[in-house]
Write a protein that binds this ligand. Structure first.
Ligand code: SF4
Length: 382
């Protein structure tokens, strides 16, 4: 998208306002991890000010019926993606040659589209787990719609994302049931700020609100999804404990954090030395993938995010004009948020545990596959 805003992205604010005004609709909103670290900026706050509570209050004032958190399904993504990682790793170590590694993260839709075009011969590598946005839509329009006793067609799911590619992702036909999309509309952080201003809400003076439950509960592992390296760190926290059955001696994996475009580290998961890579920006991803394709690099797992710094530097965030210190301030806010949470590992989220017990069954089980996993397609040419 145009870095100075001369060209504007597809804006669905009018459709969202129409849904909010429709008494027949139940309008549910989810907010991505990175939004809370940047939404204060258009209202004059310092970059890196966490405005989670004010964001929730603003969404309530705008008229959303249920204010939920994409962080909930970031925890759910880790349950599925972490289980997939362990499953592939164990089968690989047992000599199953049909299993291919490295597993690649798949929660960044710009990266997904990029590898569908550029690496169609490697479509067996990405995790089949849907992104947190799409898991949220699928769970909201099945589990939550059933819980409140409405058909999925009566529910409208709106996402607030730091991302413009999420608008494309929500419109992919595989993320719909009978033509009814799991996520109806996606607004960027900038569009939400404009909507709040348009409603004459004095954002800076709002009291802190709380997310609704059960889709508003999350752990520290979920919020770091917004920074490069965060998805892998969250996956490692859970994979280590699930693999060993023992509590982790440390929660922070500093070796996965940082701003270099390509980072690698070795992390012990049980008896296995897991070689992991973290990449941000697609040029770096292309270089690394070409080396993997040529057999020059070997990894067990790689996280790829398209935007500089990960989603905190996403195309839907307040313009950062390439100021790296601003991205660092947003990143620091997410790690502060993680540190302050009573629970910091996705598998400890009590509402996630309950969701598996009462609705989904087991990670990677039949229902989980039906609702939470997807497939990829080769898209030759650009
Ligand atoms: Fe979207 Fe960028 Fe985050 Fe990818 S890294 S999900 S393109 S904001």
């Amino acid at each position: 998208v145009c870095p100075v805003g001369a060209l504007m992205e597809k804006d669905q604010t009018a459709e969202v306002l129409a849904a909010l005004a429709d008494p027949e609709k139940v309008v549910v909103v989810q907010t991505a991890p990175a939004v809370r670290a940047a939404l204060g900026e258009p209202f004059g706050m310092e970059p890196g000010t966490l405005v989670t509570g004010k964001m929730v209050s603003a969404l309530r004032e705008l008229g959303f019926d249920h204010v939920f958190d994409t962080n909930f399904t970031a925890d759910l993504t880790i349950m599925e993606e972490g289980s997939e990682l362990l499953d592939r790793l164990n089968r690989h170590l047992a000599g199953d040659e049909s299993v291919k590694l490295p597993i690649l993260t798949s929660c960044c839709p710009a990266w997904v589209k990029f590898f569908e075009h550029q690496f169609p011969d490697l479509l067996h590598l990405p995790s089949t787990a849907k992104s947190p946005q799409q898991m949220f839509g699928a769970v909201a329009k099945s589990f939550f719609a059933e819980t409140i006793g409405i058909p999925r067609e009566k529910m409208v799911v709106v996402s607030i994302m730091p991302c413009l590619a999420k608008k494309f992702e929500a419109a992919r036909p595989e993320f719909a049931v009978g033509g009814n999309p799991d996520v109806d509309y996606v607004l960027s952080t900038r569009e939400l700020a404009r909507m709040i201003r348009g409603a004459n809400i004095d954002f800076a003076t709002l009291a802190d609100g709380e997310f609704d439950q059960p889709l508003g509960e999350s752990t520290g592992a979920a919020v770091i999804f917004g920074a490069t390296g965060g998805v892998l760190e969250a996956a490692v926290r859970t994979a280590c404990e699930v693999a060993t059955g023992r509590e982790l001696p440390r929660i922070d994996f500093q070796e996965l954090r940082g701003v270099e475009g390509v980072r690698s580290a070795t992390v012990k998961v049980g008896e296995v030395e897991l070689k992991v890579g973290v990449v941000h920006k697609l040029g770096n991803a292309r270089t690394l993938m070409e080396r993997i394709r040529a057999g020059e690099e070997e990894f067990h797992a790689i996280e790829v995010m398209s935007c500089p710094g990960g989603c905190i530097g996403g195309g839907g965030q307040p313009y950062h004009q390439g100021r790296e210190e601003l991205l660092e301030m947003r990143t620091a806010a997410l790690y502060r948020d993680d540190c302050g949470k009573p629970l910091r590992k996705s598998h400890e989220n009590p509402h996630i545990q309950e969701l598996y017990r009462t609705f989904l069954g087991e990670p990677l089980g039949e229902k989980a596959h039906e609702l939470l996993h997807t497939h990829y397609q080769a898209r030759p040419g650009l």
